[in-house]
Every structure is written in structure tokens, then in C-alpha cells.
Design a protein around this ligand. Structure first.
Ligand code: SAH
Length: 255
């Protein structure tokens, strides 16, 4: 097997949302590095591989990025086929591009494999169409969390007239709410909070920009979750196929 590193998007959680290309790459891998947000059920596609868990969530320190990169490099230099499994898409808040560039600069063949990013999956799983004729002509994906805590341009986001999908926002709800209100977004703009999108434990709560923080507290919103902000949320259609797939799922009714 030729040395190579696949940087693979594992999708939002539901193993059926994996791409066929990801399945093929996993079946070729000799070593698989798996992130926290990846559903371990996906490992059924690589029973032959050595699995290394990297990354911890929930207040623990993550496995340092430099360590993960060196580990991939070491395995690849041993001539092994390595798969790095990341939640969602590797290039949406996933450092996939950085890792590919770092490995390529060291002469390692790399290939990025798309995954379905949580923001797109979460909305669709809840029957929310992120673009909708006559309602929203675009989508903006943003993270509320940055390494250097630099502020977002909330005014531009508030006035951009696109649906906003906020990642990593659970601990930054105040900032999201205040930034968008100050930026001029209407207080009654509908918001959906979607936790554990595409998993059996998916939960969904509707609110408005004005009530976002208090509703999130009452709902006990936990990470991983995304926020969908915009008028498309009010146009939600019932996600009936989803309920058939996971009858145990308890979505709360829109407020
Ligand atoms: N590369 C990933 C994003 C990683 S950043 C992707 O494309 O989806 C981690 C953030 O993604 C979480 O804080 C949360 O905002 C979001 N996220 C990941 N999985 C999720 C899920 N199943 N449900 C809701 N949000 C999720």
C-alpha cells in the first residue's frame, strides 16, 4: 500500500451520511486517527485498521494539533496509508486545509474527502431549507469561537440578508445575540438551536433573537450544537422521514 494521508469528513454523526469515497478510503487505511465528534460506528468500515483516538472535548485539553500532525507524518513515513477522520467536512472549521498543506510541504501525498458539514445537515434534518426562494438567497457559515477571540463583523452579518449558521456558539450566545441585535437584525428573527444533529439524541428548539439566551438556558442547550438564524426557520417543513429513521428522537415543537 502506498503511503498517503486521507483527510476525511465523517459527516455530522449519522453513519449513513458518510460518502462512498470516505468508505473506500477507510477500507484502504492501515491507521485511522479519529476525532471526538466522529461517530465510532463509522469504524465498521475499517476493521483492518489500527485506530488512534485524538482530541478530547468537554473542557478537557485537546490532543495538541502539532502532536496529531507529527503522528500522521510518522505513520506516512513508515509507508502506511493513514486516514484522519474529522467530524462534518474537513475544511469547514476543521483545519483540513492546514493539515493537508503541512503534510504536502513534507512530501506526503494527501487527499481531502468531503463530508456533510453539521450546519447543512442539522438544518436539513430539521426540515429547514437554508436557502428558499423569496425568503433567503444565501447562507453564511460562521464560527462564534476564534483562537485569538477576535470579534466578528456582526453588523455585516446582520445586514447581509442571508441565513446565518453559527458553529461553536453554545458558550457565546450572549455575544451572538448582542452582536446581531446591535448590528440591526430584527429582534423577532427566528432562531433554531439544533443539538447533536443527525444522531438519535438530536434535539431542536426554536426561539427568536431576542429570547435566544433565556430559551437556550431553559432548553439546556449543550455542545455540539448549531444555530440557524433567519426567516427560513419559520418556513420549516415537518422532518417526517427523520422521525421514521429514529423513532426515539424527541424534537420539541416550534414555539
Ligand atoms: N468540521 C465540522 C465542524 C467542527 S467545529 C463540520 O463541518 O461540521 C465543531 C462544531 O461543529 C461544534 O461546536 C458544533 O457547532 C458543530 N457540530 C459538529 N457536529 C455537530 C452535530 N452533530 N450537531 C450540531 N452541531 C455540530
Amino acid at each position: 500500500m502506498n503511503a498517503k494521508v486521507w483527510l476525511i469528513g465523517a459527516g455530522p454523526g449519522d453513519p449513513e451520511l458518510l460518502t462512498l469515497k470516505a468508505v473506500r478510503a477507510l477500507s484502504e487505511a492501515e491507521v485511522v486517527l479519529i476525532d471526538d465528534l466522529v461517530n465510532p460506528l463509522i469504524l465498521t468500515h475499517c476493521p483492518q485498521a489500527r485506530v488512534v483516538a485524538v482530541g478530547k472535548r468537554g473542557g478537557c485539553r485537546s490532543t495538541p494539533q502539532a502532536f496529531i500532525q507529527r503522528l500522521m507524518l510518522r505513520y506516512a513515513r513508515q509507508g502506511r496509508c493513514v486516514a484522519r477522520l474529522k467530524g462534518g467536512d474537513p475544511c469547514i472549521f476543521g483545519r483540513g486545509g492546514e493539515e493537508a498543506a503541512w503534510l504536502q510541504a513534507r512530501g506526503i501525498e494527501t487527499e481531502l474527502v468531503n463530508g456533510i458539514t453539521a450546519g447543512l445537515a442539522g438544518a436539513t434534518q430539521c426540515g429547514i431549507s437554508l436557502t428558499l426562494r423569496g425568503v433567503s438567497r444565501g447562507v453564511t457559515l460562521v464560527t462564534a469561537h476564534t483562537q485569538d477571540d477576535s470579534p466578528l463583523n456582526w453588523q455585516a452579518l446582520a445586514q447581509g440578508k442571508t441565513t446565518l449558521v453559527v458553529y461553536m456558539g453554545v458558550s457565546k450566545l450572549d455575544e451572538v445575540q448582542q452582536g446581531l441585535l446591535a448590528g440591526g437584525l430584527a429582534a423577532d428573527t427566528p432562531v433554531a438551536m439544533i443539538e447533536n444533529a443527525s444522531l438519535p439524541q438530536q434535539r431542536e428548539q426554536h426561539s427568536t433573537l431576542l429570547r435566544l439566551c433565556e430559551d437556550a438556558t431553559r432548553f439546556q442547550l449543550r455542545s455540539p450544537a448549531i444555530l440557524v438564524i433567519g426567516d427560513v426557520v419559520a418556513e420549516q417543513t415537518p422532518a417526517s422521514t427523520l422521525l421514521q429513521a429514529f423513532p426515539s428522537r424527541r424534537g420539541l415543537a416550534p414555539r
